[in-house]
Design a protein around this ligand. Structure first.
Ligand SMILES: Cc1cc2nc3c(=O)[nH]c(=O)nc-3n(C[C@H](O)[C@H](O)[C@H](O)COP(=O)(O)OP(=O)(O)OC[C@H]3O[C@@H](n4cnc5c(N)ncnc54)[C@H](O)[C@@H]3O)c2cc1C
Length: 248
């Protein structure tokens, strides 16, 4: 398959920097790329005659015209490092097909616990934006949904304002952000510790085995700790879904 069969071109339309190694971009591909919440887009940059490509979860709701991505720059990362140097107007390539099964079976009629580290919030933002649209359209009967989001510092909680506003506006949604280095963040008044600690503290009050689904996304260590914690509470593997961003 040639590169033109595989890839479309995409241009960066906006960029929001959160921390020295974290940023949000919106890209506009030159063709339509349909997707579901929980899916990822594979983006790439040409380097030395080949395309370096990696998957990134989509933050946009499927009804949005642009694709929003929340990216962490990995030191010397083959793609994230050069991606960080791109600005509004810069171009990249995107695979013509979005992929991924995460959240595919999110049963929107039972409570959900969404647990993320830093950029792992991306697929949940897409999911929540979709549910808000459905709620406003009256096409969804709300069920309780909680998002637990962990980061080292509050500036890394890339969707803090949006999710706080959702929490205030929609009784079905609870947002529980936590920072693990509160001593670097003296103004922080929320939960502290790793997101697994917050999960341990609140899980029993939020949902019960047999009547809920748990979705874990991001850091491999968080995923294995959170999965073990939920299993100990009686959840079976069918009730726990995960999207791991890099190998353990
Ligand atoms: C389904 C899926 C969705 C993903 N979605 C996102 C997303 O929304 N946002 C995002 O930033 N990344 C996401 N990733 C990770 C992303 O695809 C890349 O792996 C990441 O950007 C590093 O690529 P790189 O080429 O810069 O580093 P590489 O040169 O490929 O890797 C460098 C090393 O860093 C490790 N690594 C990769 N990511 C991280 C990280 N975040 N922190 C610490 N070490 C890491 C790798 O295991 C590797 O050992 C996703 C991965 C998967 C599988």
């Amino acid at each position: 398959m040639s590169d033109t069969d595989k890839y479309a071109a995409a241009v960066i339309t906006s960029r929001r920097d959160l921390a020295p190694d974290l940023w949000v971009i919106r890209i506009k591909p030159d063709m339509e790329l349909p997707f579901r919440p929980g899916q990822y887009v594979t983006i790439g940059l040409p380097r030395n005659g080949k395309v370096i490509e990696r998957p990134y979860s989509i933050c946009s709701s499927p009804t949005e015209q642009e694709i929003e991505l929340f990216i962490e720059r990995v030191p010397d990362g083959e793609l994230s490092d050069p991606l960080f140097d791109l600005h509004v107007g810069s171009e990249m390539v995107v695979r013509k097909r979005t992929k991924g099964l995460f959240l595919k079976e999110a049963p929107v009629e039972v409570p959900h616990l969404l647990v993320a580290t830093v950029t792992g919030i991306a697929p949940f933002v897409s999911f929540l934006r979709m549910l808000v649209e459905r709620d406003r359209a009256g096409t969804w009967t709300p069920v309780p949904i909680a998002a637990l989001h962990g980061a080292s510092r509050s500036e890394e909680l890339g969707y803090y304002d949006e999710l706080r506003m959702l929490d205030a506006d929609f009784p079905w949604f609870t947002y529980l952000p936590t920072v693990s280095r509160p001593w670097e963040n003296p103004e922080w008044g929320g939960e502290t510790g790793r997101v697994e600690d917050v999960l341990r503290k609140h899980a029993d009050a939020m949902m019960h085995p047999g009547n809920g689904a748990v979705f874990l996304c991001g850091h491999p260590g968080m995923i294995s700790n959170a999965r073990a914690l939920m299993r100990r509470r009686g959840f079976d593997d069918k009730e726990i879904r995960e999207e791991q961003y890099w190998p353990d």
